[in-house]
Design a protein. Sequence first.
Length: 454
Amino acid sequence: MESMLEKGQEVLITIRRMGINGEGIGFYKKQAVFVDGVFPPEEVVVNITDIKPGYAIGEKVRIKKKAFYRKSPFCKHYFECGGCQTQHIQYEEQLRLKEDMLKQTLLRYSGLDLDKIKFNEMVGMNIPKQYRHKAQMPVRNTKLGLVTGLYKKGTNDLIPIDDCPIHNDRINQVNKQILEILDKYEIFAFDSKTMRGLLRYIVTRVSSHNQEIQVTLVITIYNQVLKTAAKEIMEIADVVSVSISKNRDAKNVEIFGDTIELLEGKETITESIGDVKYLLRPKSFYQLNPEQAKKLYRIIKENIDFRKERKIIDAYSGSGAISMYLAKDAEYILGIDANQDSISSALLNKKANNFENLEFEVGNVDEVLKSYYNKNKTTDVIIFDPPRSGLDYKTIDILLRKPVQKIIYVSCNPSTLAKNLKELRKKYDVLSVTPLDMFPQTAHIESVTVLRLR
C-alpha cells in the first residue's frame, strides 16, 4: 500500500500506545507513525523523517497537548544517551504502559483471550534508580584524559558519563577512581581508526550482598603497566578483584574476549539470596537488578507445587541462579545452557552450596532435551529463560511431541513470547502471566508465564 506520508511532511497525531523500544505510536490516516520521546495520550506535531513498509518514523517538533504523567528526566544525559527510554514518564505510568504493551502484544500474536487467564499486576520497584549492579562502560581518549560513557542511540558516538543514576552509586564512584589511576599510568583507550591504544571497556560489578567490587579491564593487548595499575585499583575501598580480558578484534561486538586473566585479588565475588550463595566470575551471568531478581525467583517458586512437582529442568540456566534457588525444595534439577562459561560457574555454585540434587549439562536446549527423553527420563516442570529470540522451533517441537505437565516461561521479549505461546497453545493452556519491571526507566519488560498440559 502506498504511503500517505512523505519525508519532511509535518502532521499532527495523537499517540495511542507505547512501542517495544519506548517510542510513542500514533496514526495518520491509518498509517502508524513511530516517534521517540512521547507517550499516550499526547497530541504531537511530527516531522516525518523516514518511510518504511507499513509505517513511518517521525521526529517530535512540539507537543500540542502534554500527558498528565509527563515529567522532567532525572538524568542530565537522558536526551543524548541511548541507555534509558522512559525517564520522561512518571514511574507508575511506566508500569501501566508496559503492562498494556505486553497485553497488546499477546492479543496480537498469541490469540490468547486475556479474560480467561490470570493476568497479574506489574511487579515494580520501590525506588527505580541505582538498581544496576554491573556496568560495562566503553572508554575514549580526550584532551583531559580517559572518559567512560554510553553510546548515543543508533550511533557509535560516545556520550561521556561519569555519574549514571541507573548504576549503583558505588560503580560511579569506583569508575572515577579507576580512570584517575589509568591516566596516571598513561593507559590509553583503543582507537579503532588508528588501531592504537589498549583499553576498550571497564566492567565493574558490585555485590548487593556484601558490597564486594569486581573490576575487569577489557584490552586489546597486554602491557606490564596493567599489573601495576591493578595493584593500585585494589586499594580502592571494597575492590577485591581485578582482571583483564583480551578482545583484539575491533569488529567484535562482544564485550569480553575468550578468556579472563586475574591480575590481583580473588577470582569471584559473592551474591546471595537467603542462604544460597552465588560465586560470580567476571563472565558469570547474574541479573543486573538483584532486588527484582529475588522477586522473579519468588514468582517462579510460588508456581511450583513441590509436593508433586519434584523433578525440574532449568533450560537456559546460565550460572544456575534459578536452580540454586529451588534446590532445597526439589528432588532433582537439571540445568542446561549452551555456554561453557555459564556451566562452569553453575558447577562452582553447586559445590559452594553443597547441593547434591543438581546436575548441569552444556549444550543446545533442544539437543539436551532430546537426549534426556531418549534415556526414558521424565520431568514434572520445565523452566525456560531464553534470550530475546525466544524458543526455537526445534524446542517447541519437542514440547509438543513430548509434553510436560507444566512449563514456566520467563521472557524478556513480549513479541517472541507471544509467538511461542501461539504454538504451545496447541497442547497447553496458559494459566497466568506476571509482568515484572527488571529495568525501570527503559522499555524492557520481563514476564513469567505459566502453562499447563491440557
